[in-house]
Design a protein. Structure first.
Length: 319
């Protein structure tokens, strides 16, 4: 009877807090409300301005992970989280006191660089992601404080207090990690927002309009298959075509500025080379899908250029 009662209680709790056929649970509704809550927007603006003003130079793109092809923050957080989780295992075993303390120290030493990469990414996200990200960061800051207190307690000869603080820290890290998962997988922060293009643009050539429809020196939005494209006519003989939605957060490149053979996204400033879509500057970590062009009569046709087609990157001769 007691076991049956416990299972019923667990089932009711699951229905209350977790998604079901009837709709989202309380946890998901709470995070959805957080996305829409404007109460911390003034703080968000202040922190975002501070992150943008930081003298990071070329290190900013490195922290975004442009060199890696995707955000580097998720990779960096594996070290402190892994160290703290391993410390929890050693805390549960006899004779692991020194090893656990060392691992907690490793986690504290590596949390800073991981946080710096996270803040750099966070500053270039839309407001809804920034609201969730701020709470995610607050949870991680609280976890670092708990682990720092645990480290001090262990060094001061109070191992049981250190274990309790570390367990609390691991719990808070878990909550922060859940919000990080919400950011990455539900809100698509850090995802390649142009990856879909290869799946909705069919093979072969696609008509996008008469060449006369494209004024020289001004980007124009058109469609190729099921994808929007940015068409830029450089001069009478050269046309460049890229997927219109920025790979960073889907900003409209056709509304961006043309700078030295590149287009700058109007939302967060990512810079893409017109000739081949290469992401010259972040925060975008993935290049922009690019298209070959040709002229059939007075009609401009485009064909998706697949990665590795460098021999065709000189395309764009359309008129």
């Amino acid at each position: 009877m007691e076991r049956s009662f416990t299972r019923q209680q667990a089932a009711r709790t699951a229905r209350r807090y977790l998604p079901s056929a009837e709709g989202p649970g309380r946890l998901l509704r709470a995070v959805d409300r957080l996305e829409r809550w404007p109460g911390a927007d003034r703080l968000i603006d202040t922190v975002r301005s501070a992150v943008h003003a930081a003298p990071l130079g070329a290190g900013r793109d490195a922290l975004h992970g442009r060199w890696l092809g995707h955000p580097v923050h998720p990779l960096m957080v594996q070290v402190p989280v892994g160290a703290w989780l391993s410390a929890a295992v050693l805390d549960a075993l006899p004779g692991g006191r020194r090893g656990a303390r060392t691992l907690i120290g490793v986690g504290l030493a590596t949390a800073g660089p991981a946080a710096l990469a996270g803040w750099t990414d966070w500053a270039d996200l839309p407001r809804e992601q920034q609201r969730v990200g701020l709470v995610h960061a607050a949870a991680n800051i609280a976890a670092v404080a708990l682990y720092a207190a645990s480290f001090r307690a262990r060094c001061g000869g109070r191992p049981w207090r250190g274990k309790a603080l570390a367990l609390a820290g691991l719990s808070v890290v878990g909550a922060g990690g859940a919000l990080g998962g919400h950011l990455a997988y539900r809100q698509a922060a850090g995802a390649n927002h142009a990856e879909y293009v290869a799946h909705v643009v069919g093979p072969g050539w696609h008509d996008v309009g008469a060449v006369s429809d494209f004024p020289v020196g001004r980007p124009v939005r058109r469609r190729a298959g099921e994808a929007g494209v940015m068409v830029y006519r450089e001069d009478a003989g050269t046309v460049r075509v890229l997927a219109d939605r920025c790979s960073h957060m889907a900003g409209p490149l056709s509304e961006g500025a043309i700078e030295d053979g590149c287009v700058r996204c109007p939302w967060h400033g990512s810079l893409f080379r017109l000739a081949d879509g290469w992401n010259v500057g972040g925060p975008a970590t993935a290049p922009q899908p690019s298209f070959d062009t040709r002229l059939t009569g007075d009609r401009l046709e485009v064909r998706l250029r697949h990665p590795g087609d460098t021999d065709r990157a000189a395309g764009g001769q359309a008129a």
